[in-house]
Design a protein around this ligand. Structure first.
Ligand SMILES: [Ca+2]
Ligand SMILES: [Ca+2]
Ligand SMILES: [Ca+2]
Length: 222
């Protein structure tokens, strides 16, 4: 039993590494990530689609990357910046590091209001910036809006993403934004191995303490 425990401790890093590479692509939406409106959002108006920020989740509520959505007050976000160059900042937290592969973007259907540019900044799990990318999505399909799939040359090991959305005439209107990603392969820190070694020693020491009474019960206590 003790030998099994120690074998388990030794095997753990290999199992962790294997599981990281074996997991299939994941679609990231409200079920596994969060989104908030960033303080970098420019002065402007949300045109009654925002409810003080409490409904911002509707930009990550597409159930799948192929979902179709119809444009109405409950499904989209429409922001109008007060000044040229102004835009909407969204802050994503994936909870864990992912390697992003595809951006899915459900844009508005007319050039007068659609999102013309999304400027991404990527951060790893330690909140250290590890990349930037600018994406120019197409107009959304009509009448049902389906996602445009855009290959995302994002860095690996992304946990936090900042997206700054702008439109050519101060309008930012879209339905959803989503990502397809793979869990990043974990890289165990040296401290992890040290802790595992310490754990093995604790198990060994405990087993010796348990055995000792059987070998010479209370012989020295008398
Ligand atoms: Ca939506
Ligand atoms: Ca436009
Ligand atoms: Ca456009």
């Amino acid at each position: 039993m003790i030998r099994t425990a120690i074998a388990g401790l030794v095997l753990l890093p290999a199992l962790v590494a294997a599981s990281g590479s074996a997991i299939a692509s994941t679609y990231l939406n409200q079920s596994n990530i969060t989104v908030t409106v960033g303080a970098g959002t420019s002065p402007g108006s949300f045109n009654n689609t925002f409810n003080g920020g409490s409904t911002i989740n509707k930009v990550i509520d597409a159930p799948s990357a192929t979902a179709e959505e119809f444009h109405n007050q409950t499904t989209h976000i429409w922001f109008t910046a007060a000044d040229d160059g102004g835009g909407l900042e969204l802050l994503f937290d994936f909870g864990i590091e992912y390697d992003l592969s595809v951006l899915h973007f459900w844009n508005y259907t007319s050039e007068g209001f659609d999102v013309d540019n999304v400027a991404f900044t990527f951060f790893n799990g330690n909140n250290v910036q590890n990349g930037m990318l600018s994406v120019t999505p197409d107009l959304g399909s009509s009448p049902g809006i389906r996602a445009q799939d855009i290959a995302l040359a994002a860095p690996l090991n992304v946990r936090y993403v900042t997206a700054f959305l702008t439109g050519s005439n101060r309008q930012v209107d879209f339905q959803n934004i989503g990502f397809t990603a793979n869990l990043s392969a974990p890289v165990p820190e040296p401290e992890t191995y040290a802790l595992m070694g310490l754990g093995a020693m604790v198990v060994l020491a405990a087993s010796r303490r348990r055995r000792r009474p059987q070998a010479g019960p209370r012989a020295t206590a008398a």
